[in-house]
Write a protein that binds this ligand. Structure first.
Ligand code: MCA
Ligand code: AMP
Length: 515
């Protein structure tokens, strides 16, 4: 039978016999349900049948902004099985933000939260995009959206559409320095090769139980956590989101956990998170944002476990990881993964730098995406002629080969593991009445690592008010991107070239978000 590279690569051996199909894929502590690998095949088959019925053809995009549920994972697999391209969107995005993604990606259908259907009817109708809904199922009897209903009525059997290694499996949007998001095109082979590598280097097996508290619209929760689990034939404890209470309640049944640094600092802040509670754990992994060396040390002191930090990007999946065996070095992201070439280059000349010198990190490998959706120019700008992708992260390789990320050449804020591009906010703020110009910066934040601060300069004669500005941008942009504070100053500091000196602002306001 023709193969679907990603689905069959992840799952064929788990579906090969009735006994294998009975293995557990997920438990859902919220409603007591259990999902076996057989259920994964059956439910993804139901949704794949529904998608085909709705007119989804191979290569079509299916855009999805739905609350976290196990059915949403089944929808991801269904899209892959139908030969289409999965396009997940952050649940925090406002309709104004979603409009751009739908216009840019022109999906066949858009699946939204049933509670938000009315917000999208006119937009999808005007773009000629089908509108469907998917909500959270509390049990098998109650449905929660048009896709949930249709899935219940559809047959389970579905012959996955043949797809080869280079066919697209997903598009994930990631903002650029220009402030407009670009769709990173990820192939079946990008996703499968990275999952296989991570299973290997992190020693995942069918005995693993991964505590899943991440959102599933980004690389971390969707591909790293979920694909690795599927690939290993392991299982998930699938939580609707992160809370320290839920993690503490469920961690006794887990063997492993993946999280952003905020997960770990919040757990350490809770006296109920003790060494005894997690003595049995095999592995804690952190990524998406820098884990402070201090957190690494505190975590080991409390639990005896050394968090394993790794480094990735939407465009590349995972690039480097600290070793499973051997020293997990605090403040570093470890070694390039097997099959990944990583070099440090001079930002200006693009020439490779010797070990120990700081420069831009570039990567090449089977994990690296093929380009940005319908943006050949942008794609060209971010690749070297020899195929290396320019990450925009600034790093250095130490004498033992550990990669350390020391900064970013791209103007990016990472808050609680979410990326925020200042330009996008600056464009919005500049449109506000009375604003002459703005600069958006990230400053230290005890909980989120970095928090957003907007620095505004009023037009001559105008007065600006922090609360009014915050209120006005509220409906325009996702909550997590909104400034935690707005400060108003007379002039922005500039260098002799006229460029705003954000480092000066970051220094001036470095304590603004500290308690
Ligand atoms: C929530 N808020 C935030 C954030 N999260 N503000 C800034 N940054 C955030 N990350 C807002 C809320 O809207 C709220 O505003 C206020 O801050 C307090 O929210 P709180 O209830 O404390 O937040 P929460 O719901 O507990 O969420 C915090 C969280 C969450 C659990 C850390 O942000 C999270 O799950 N982050 C994970 C992100 C992630 O998966 N990143 C991976 C990207 P108000 O009170 O006004 O409503 S993939 C990636 O980066 C690459 C490829 C990789 O390497 O993995
Ligand atoms: P995204 O745009 O969501 O793909 O985020 C990718 C960016 O997150 C990378 O380019 C890095 O700047 C950052 N990142 C991911 N993992 C780490 C890490 N372990 N340490 C520091 N930065 C990280």
């Amino acid at each position: 039978m023709a193969r679907n590279h990603l689905f069959d690569g992840l799952l064929a051996d788990k579906l090969s016999s009735p006994a294998a199909r009975k293995a557990l894929f997920a438990t859902l502590p919220d409603d007591g349900r259990r999902y076996t690998y057989g259920d994964v095949e059956d439910v993804s088959g139901r949704f794949a049948n529904v998608l085909v019925e709705l007119g989804v053809e191979p290569g079509d995009r299916v855009a999805v902004q739905v609350p976290k549920s196990i059915e949403a994972i089944m929808l991801y697999l269904a899209v892959v099985r139908a030969g289409a391209v999965f396009l997940p969107l952050n649940t925090g995005y406002t309709p104004a933000e979603i409009e751009y993604f739908l216009g840019n990606a022109t999906p066949r259908i858009f699946v939204c939260d049933p509670r938000k259907r009315a917000d999208y009817e006119a937009l999808t109708a005007s773009l000629g995009i089908g509108l469907e809904t998917m909500g959270v199922w509390q049990n098998h009897d109650t449905s929660a959206g048009s896709l949930n209903d249709a899935g219940l009525a559809a047959p389970t059997g579905f012959n996955s559409v043949a797809r080869s290694a280079n066919d697209l499996a997903a598009i994930l949007y990631t903002s650029g320095t220009t402030g407009r998001s670009k769709g990173a095109m990820l192939s079946h082979a990008n996703l499968l090769s990275n999952a296989e590598t991570l299973v290997d280097v992190w020693r995942f097996t069918a005995d693993d139980v991964l505590l899943h508290a991440l959102p599933i619209f980004h690389t971390h929760g969707l591909f790293v956590a979920t694909n690795v689990t599927l690939c290993a034939g392991a299982s998930l404890i699938f939580l609707p989101g992160f809370s320290t209470e839920a993690v503490i309640a469920n961690i006794p049944d887990a063997t492993s956990m993946m999280g952003v640094p905020t997960f770990y600092t919040r757990l350490l802040d809770d006296a109920g998170f003790t060494g005894d509670l997690v003595r049995h754990m095999r592995l804690f992994i952190s990524g998406s944002a820098p884990l402070l060396a201090e957190t690494h040390v505190q975590f080991e002191e409390r639990t005896g476990h050394r968090i394993l930090e790794r480094y990735g990007m939407t465009e590349t999946n995972m690039n480097t990881s600290n070793p499973y065996e051997g020293e997990r070095r605090a403040g570093t992201v470890g070694f390039p993964l097997p099959g990944v070439d990583l070099r440090i280059v001079d930002a200006e000349s693009g020439k490779a730098l010797p070990q120990g010198e700081i420069g831009i990190i570039e990567v090449k490998g089977p994990n690296v995406f093929s380009g940005y959706w319908e943006m050949p120019e942008k794609t060209k700008e971010e690749f070297r002629d020899d195929g290396f992708f320019i990450t925009g992260d600034v790093g250095v390789i130490d004498a033992d080969g550990y990669v350390q990320i020391v900064g970013r050449s791209k103007d990016l804020i990472i808050s609680g593991g979410y990326n925020i591009y200042p330009k996008e906010l600056e464009l919005l703020l500049d449109e506000e009445d009375g604003v002459l110009e703005s600069a958006v910066i990230g400053v230290p934040h005890a909980d989120f690592g970095e928090g957003v601060v907007a620095v505004l300069v009023p037009k001559a004669g105008a007065t600006l008010d922090e609360a009014v500005i915050l209120e006005r941008i509220k409906p325009k942009i996702a909550r997590f991107k909104q400034p935690k504070r707005v400060v108003i100053i007379k002039d922005l500091p500039r260098n002799t070239m006229g460029k705003v000196q954000k480092n000066v602002l970051r220094d001036a306001f470095k304590s603004l978000l500290q308690e």
